[in-house]
Design a protein. Sequence first.
Length: 391
Amino acid sequence: MPAITFHIAIIGAGPGGLVCARVLQRHGVPVTVYERDLGPVGSAPAGPLELRAATGPAALRAAGLEKEFRALAHPAGLEARLLDHTGAVLHCEAPEPGTTQERPEIARRALRRLLVDSLAPGTVRWGRYLRTLHPRGGGRHQAVFDDGETATFDLVIGADGSWSRVRPGLSDATPHYSGVTFVETGLDDVDARHPDAAQLVGRGTMMALSGGKGLIARRDAHGRVRVYAAFRGAEDWARPAGVQTTDTEAVRSALLAAFDGWHDRLRALLRDSDDGFVNRPLFALPVPHTWPHTPGLTLLGDAAHLMTPLSGPGADLALQDGCELARHLVEAHTWQTDPDHAVRAYEAILFPRSVAAAETAAADLDAALAPDAPRPTHRLFRRRHLHPHGS
Ligand SMILES: Cc1cc2nc3c(=O)[nH]c(=O)nc-3n(C[C@H](O)[C@H](O)[C@H](O)COP(=O)(O)OP(=O)(O)OC[C@H]3O[C@@H](n4cnc5c(N)ncnc54)[C@H](O)[C@@H]3O)c2cc1C
């Protein structure tokens, strides 16, 4: 690849886009990242991401950032409990003391800051929202940004998440509502302030499931428990009930009514929460989502394979995709081979891996919210280590 003339743009400064940029730049391949947020803090959610040792952290190692990542990450609690609505514990997995299995947890903003700081100044062009892409022949595409800026690239990498503006250049697929909404809230300093909830949730994740509904709670490394009330229903479930999703007490009452008959210890996760409630209708791309190879364009992360997050390793996959795509492009750069072959090689690995993960994520969510729940999830727990993170 002639280094000076081959222009690569990455759209989106999420985990996937940034790690891709870092690996490219580390090996001397020029790249520019375009991000709609105005700066590194931007609108990136504050919550933690739980990663799997073999994927996300491995990508950060390849990016030369392992030490810095370890300094910012905390080991996530590995305990996993499955309860029914009466509070009966059906299954509990606790790691052996001294276990070497590891699931690091890192704040989304800390991960973004780490990756941005590892790039040469000016690599990320903040406040640039990609509006459209126009083919200009020979695999080149002209990008038009919201502020009127235009630029033409040899390769545009869509790392722009669920509602990608790059994806329409490759496929007609759009994310569909999964039929499931999570309503998120949280309890702070649980050991001191909510000891009963601390005991109920344990040192990891608790899922209480019954009859198509669930309460999923996850303790983070700072003694905070994130709670998700999960249920099937319309995307705008609150409107017909006359509930404003911004009215904390109205949402609390509606949720307590929906979980009527559940054990009081479980309902207390909603009743005593310290935060407001955030409505998170879950969207996913169709499975499988692939596209015919198109010179000059490709996708990674959620833009390529948005899946529901109950057990879907979205950030792990985004980091893995970004790192692998970059490695193929670096090889093409080093050996002066055709970068289009590098993109093809990346896509050949991406498709089967992401299809398998998306199928599992969809099946786990279906099982958790099945009418006869928690039975199907109990079977999954017994068959394999189902580790929900949904947080
Ligand atoms: C409730 C919840 C909990 C989750 N918990 C976990 C977890 O614990 N572990 C895990 O592995 N995954 C988790 N996930 C999934 C994870 O958040 C995503 O899979 C991951 O963030 C995807 O990374 P990405 O880089 O592909 O995209 P994103 O993180 O979505 O980043 C995309 C970036 O592109 C920018 N952008 C979008 N459109 C444009 C445009 N047109 N122009 C310019 N910029 C644009 C956005 O501002 C954003 O910065 C969770 C998801 C949810 C919803």
